[in-house]
Design a protein around this ligand. Structure first.
Ligand code: CTP
Length: 405
C-alpha cells in the first residue's frame, strides 16, 4: 500500500550544498528525509566535500546527478550554475565549514557552490560544523554576523562530543532538525497565525458556604471546542475556565478559576496581551452577599439569600481594551436575535454569537446552532457538531480582523 505524503515540502525544489567537513555523513540522511517528505532535491558538493562522502551516495539518495564542477563543459551544458541558482526554492549548506563561511562572507565565487550562492535569489540556510575552537574564533564569529546581516539563516551548531575528540560547540544539527527547519519555511500561513486569542469558558461557582455554591448547566464544551480550533488555526490560545470535566486542549494555556470575580480578574489581566477575546463562559450574574464560613444549618422554614451583582467580564474587557476584537455569546430561551442585538450594543462588541438554550438545546450538548451577528451583518450556522461550528466561527472572525487591520 502506498502511504499518502502529508508535507509542505511536496515538489519543493531544495538545493543541498555540502562543503568539506566530517559532518557530511549526516547530510546523506538529510537528503533521504527530504525525499521522503516529497521534495525534489539536488546536491552540489565542493571538491573537498567529495573527500568525505562520495557523490555517488548523494546521487543514489536524491535520484539526481550531483553537481560538483564549475568549469566542466558537460556539467554546465546539463544544468549550469545560473540554472541551478534559479531552480532552487531554498538552499541549505550542510555542513558549512569555517572556510566556506569565510568564502560566503567575502563573496568569493571560485567553486560551483559559492558561485550559486552569489547568483541565487533563494533563501540560503547554513548549518555550520567545525571544531569548537574554530567556531569560537573571532574570525568565524565575525563572518557569522556578516552573514546574518545579509539575511543568511545561520543555524548554530550544537554542543557535544566532536569528531576530533573534543567536547564543545561545533556539532552540526541533526538531519531531522534540519529537515524540520526546511519544512517550516514552507508551512502555509494559517488564518489565525500571529494572533493571540483569549477565551472564557464553562460555568462559575459562587460559594454560599464551604460546601454549597450557585452555578449553572454550562459544560464548557463550546469554549473548549473554540480553544482547540483556534490552536489548530495557528493562534496562541489562552483559556480561563470555570470548573468543567474537560482536559485543556493540547498547546493551550489554561487558567482554572471558580468564581465570577476570579474569572474577571484573570480575564482583565490576560486581555492586555490578547488580540481577540471570546467570552463563552456562563458567568453567574449574582453571587451571595456573604459567604458563610461554616456550613449553614437547617434552622428556619424559609432561608433567604441576599445576592449581589457580579462584575460583567465581557463588558469590562471590551470597554477597557477598545482595540481588542471582542466576541460575546448570548444564550437565550426566547427572542434570540433581538436580545443578542441589544447585548452587541450594550457591551460594545465586535460580534455576538446567539444560541438557543433550554428545550434540550445548547448546554451540555455536543451540538449547537449559532446566529452570528455584527454591526451590519448576520450569518446563521445551522445545528452541527460544536467542533465544526467552532472552526467556522473562527474563520468568520479571522475575515473580520483582516478587514479591520
Ligand atoms: N458575560 C460576562 N460576565 C458576566 C455575564 C456575562 O462576561 N458577568 C458574558 C458571557 O460570557 C457572554 C455574554 O456576556 O459572552 C452574554 O451573557 P448573558 O448572561 O447571556 O448576558 P447578560 O448580559 O448577563 O444578560 P441576561 O442575563 O440578562 O440575559
Amino acid at each position: 500500500m502506498i502511504k499518502a505524503i502529508m508535507s509542505d515540502l511536496i515538489k519543493k525544489q531544495i538545493l543541498i550544498g555540502i562543503s568539506g567537513g566530517i559532518a557530511a555523513y549526516k547530510t546523506a540522511e538529510l537528503v533521504r528525509q527530504l525525499i521522503k517528505k516529497g521534495a525534489n532535491v539536488r546536491v552540489c558538493m565542493t571538491p573537498s566535500a567529495c573527500e568525505f562522502i562520495t557523490p555517488l551516495t548523494l546521487q543514489a539518495l536524491s535520484g539526481n546527478p550531483v553537481h560538483t564542477d564549475l568549469l566542466n563543459r558537460n556539467a554546465e551544458a546539463a544544468m549550469g550554475h545560473i540554472e541551478l541558482a534559479r531552480w532552487a526554492d531554498l538552499i541549505m549548506i550542510a555542513p558549512t565549514t569555517a572556510n566556506f563561511m569565510a568564502k560566503l562572507a567575502h563573496g568569493h565565487a571560485y567553486d560551483l557552490l559559492s558561485t550559486i550562492c552569489l547568483a541565487t535569489q533563494a533563501p540560503i540556510h547554513l548549518a555550520p560544523a567545525m571544531n569548537r575552537m574554530m567556531w569560537a574564533n573571532i574570525a568565524t564569529q565575525e563572518n557569522r554576523k556578516v552573514l546574518i546581516n545579509r539575511e543568511y539563516f545561520v543555524h548554530d551548531p550544537a554542543d557535544g562530543e566532536q569528531a576530533c575528540g573534543e567536547i564543545g560547540t561545533g556539532r552540526m544539527l541533526e538531519a531531522q532538525e534540519l529537515a524540520s527547519i526546511i519544512e517550516n519555511m514552507f508551512t502555509k500561513k494559517q488564518p489565525l497565525s500571529g494572533y493571540s486569542v483569549l477565551i472564557t469558558a464553562g460555568p462559575t461557582r459562587e460559594a454560599i458556604d464551604p460546601v454549597r455554591f450557585i452555578s449553572n448547566r454550562s459544560s464548557g464544551k463550546m469554549g473548549y471546542a473554540i480553544a482547540k480550533a483556534a490552536k489548530a488555526l495557528g493562534a496562541k490560545v489562552t483559556l480561563v475556565s470555570g470548573p468543567v470535566a474537560l482536559d485543556a486542549p493540547a498547546g493551550v494555556q489554561r487558567y482554572l478559576v471558580e468564581s465570577a470575580k476570579e474569572m474577571h480578574h484573570q480575564a482583565m489581566t490576560l486581555a492586555k496581551t490578547a488580540d481577540i477575546f471570546i467570552a463563552t463562559a456562563a458567568v453567574s450574574d449574582y453571587s451571595p452577599a456573604k459567604i458563610s464560613t461554616q456550613k449553614i444549618k437547617k434552622s428556619t422554614d424559609i432561608l433567604s439569600l441576599e445576592l449581589h451583582y457580579n462584575p460583567d467580564i465581557l463588558f469590562d474587557v471590551s470597554h477597557h481594551y477598545p482595540d481588542l476584537f471582542t466576541v460575546g455569546f448570548a444564550a437565550e430561551t426566547e427572542n434570540l436575535i433581538n436580545h443578542a442585538k441589544q447585548k452587541l450594543q450594550r457591551k460594545k462588541l465586535n460580534m455576538i454569537v446567539a444560541n438557543p438554550v433550554g428545550n434540550n438545546k445548547g448546554f451540555d450538548k455536543d451540538t449547537n446552532q449559532l446566529e452570528i451577528l455584527w454591526e451590519n451583518g448576520h450569518i446563521s450556522l445551522p445545528e452541527d457538531n460544536k467542533n465544526k461550528l467552532a472552526k467556522e466561527l473562527l474563520l468568520i472572525i479571522s475575515k473580520h480582523i483582516s478587514k479591520d487591520s
